[in-house]
Ligand binder design. Structure first.
Ligand code: AFD
Ligand code: MN
Ligand code: MN
Length: 424
């Protein structure tokens, strides 16, 4: 199903008066906002193919109505999101869950929907039917060379799929690790993993990057072989300039200072980008900004400071992606909320008075520094983000549009309530 631009125009006409008064108040408070709006319009968040349906938890999944049952339908769903917010212009595929049957057709569909293919994700955390060697005891770390070889070949296969689609990065997340003390020789596991990653790195096309994603625990609960930002950075530095560290917000021990990690990785030029989500306890994959919106702002505050210090293009030089899974929400509504939260955090970070913040820091004026953060965080930027959508030809209020136009009902009519074809 495709959204008609006339429907969006009518939606916007209905909401324009209220929006205009809110936006003009913001301008009266903050001055000319065009430069910030330009940046917001350029900022695109990649949508994970596996988040378009109910992912559920390890205790069960409750598929919802009208969820996608094919890669084509997943692409249509991302196209729908992008039509509504013009900030979801890319999809990230997971192989082998999303192997296209017809590359030309998929590329054509993506182009029609104004979508790019973001990073491709390999999967050596599940055994596939007919696989010769099991990943039960790990993949790139495995004590058995043939198992490592199989996992290396899979990653090189994933790169080939990505090249066919115009992707330019491979994300490697390893579930490898150990569940009990004594199970693994930590040094051998690191060496095996590094040598395996080196073989994959050697197969990267010249203009590609490799994102080494870390995770503190789960599915291994005693050690992870890429368990924290330090280990990921160690691999990335040993691999070379095309390898970077990917920060999944849900992959830290509770209360980790993620904004400090981000600042230092940016300083080193080794930050790949993000898998955005939110969490209260672990890799809960909750809606971005639903639990710790202030942390999200603090992360973006470091990002804008670090990217500007490095002269980076905010929209192009890092990987911006959601990695979440849903159990009780409509996946598309959840994703609309997530993108909105990201855009608000980015808008807040762009509004920060960096000169004043740096002066407060230089003077050890802790209260002034905190006041600056709080004042900015409590500025209602919804009208600013909405204005960027309006100027991009998107909906003033995507979630309201989604419900007004009964999009989920239309998708259900079209698709029925089928369970999604995904590995989660
Ligand atoms: C996992 C990891 C990794 C993986 C994704 C899909 O974050 O990014 O590719 O979820 O399973 O938690
Ligand atoms: Mn992730
Ligand atoms: Mn995750």
């Amino acid at each position: 199903m495709r959204v008609d631009s006339k429907q969006i125009q009518q939606h916007n006409e209905r909401g324009l008066a209220k929006h205009a008064s809110r936006f003009s108040f913001l301008q009266s408070e903050l001055g000319n906002l065009d430069a910030i709006i330009e940046k917001l319009m350029k900022f695109q968040v990649a949508i994970p193919s596996w988040a378009l349906g109910t992912g559920g938890t390890r205790f069960g999944r409750f598929p919802g109505p009208g969820e996608p049952g094919s890669l084509e339908q997943k692409l249509d769903d991302v196209g729908l999101l992008h039509a509504l917010n013009k900030s979801s212009g890319a999809i990230s595929l997971h192989i082998p869950w999303d192997i296209p049957k017809d590359y030309a057709a998929i590329r054509k569909q993506a182009a029609e929907l104004e979508l790019k293919f973001d990073a491709v994700n390999s999967n050596t955390f599940q055994d596939q039917p007919g696989q010769a060697h099991s990943y039960k005891f790990g993949s790139l770390q495995h004590v058995n060379k043939a198992t490592r070889k199989q996992a290396i070949d899979h990653n090189i296969e994933v790169i080939k799929h990505g090249v066919e689609l115009g992707s330019e990065s491979l994300t490697v997340w390893l579930a490898d690790g150990s569940t009990f003390p004594g199970q693994l020789n930590f040094r051998k596991a690191f060496q095996n993993t590094l040598e395996s990653l080196e073989e994959i790195y050697a197969a990267l096309p010249a203009d590609w990057k490799m994102f080494v994603e870390y995770k503190a625990f789960e599915p291994n609960f005693y050690s992870m072989t890429v368990g924290d930002w330090g280990q990921s950075l160690l691999y990335a530095n040993k691999l070379g300039p095309k390898a970077k560290t990917l920060v999944d917000l849900g992959h830290h021990l509770p209360n980790a200072n993620i904004e400090q990690i981000v600042a230092l990785l940016l300083m080193e030029g080794k930050l790949a980008g993000f898998h955005f989500n939110d969490s209260k306890y672990g890799d809960d994959d909750l809606t971005v900004g639903s639990i710790k919106p202030y942390q999200l702002f603090l992360i973006f505050n470091e990002l804008v400071e670090g990217m500007d210090a490095n002269g980076m293009d905010h929209a192009k030089d890092l990987g911006w992606m959601i990695d979440a899974s849903h159990n009780v929400k409509d996946p598309l509504e959840d994703l609309l909320q997530s993108v909105e939260a990201i855009m608000m955090a980015y808008a807040h970070a762009l509004l920060m008075d960096r000169k004043a913040l740096n002066a407060a820091q230089e003077n050890n004026d802790v209260v002034a520094a905190q006041e600056l953060l709080k004042q900015t965080f409590h500025t209602d930027v919804r009208a600013l983000v909405a204005e960027a959508r309006l100027r991009s030809g998107a909906a003033l209020n995507p979630l309201q549009f989604f419900r007004e136009e009964k999009i989920r009902e239309a998708l259900t009519k079209e698709r029925g309530t089928n369970t999604i074809a995904t590995g989660l």
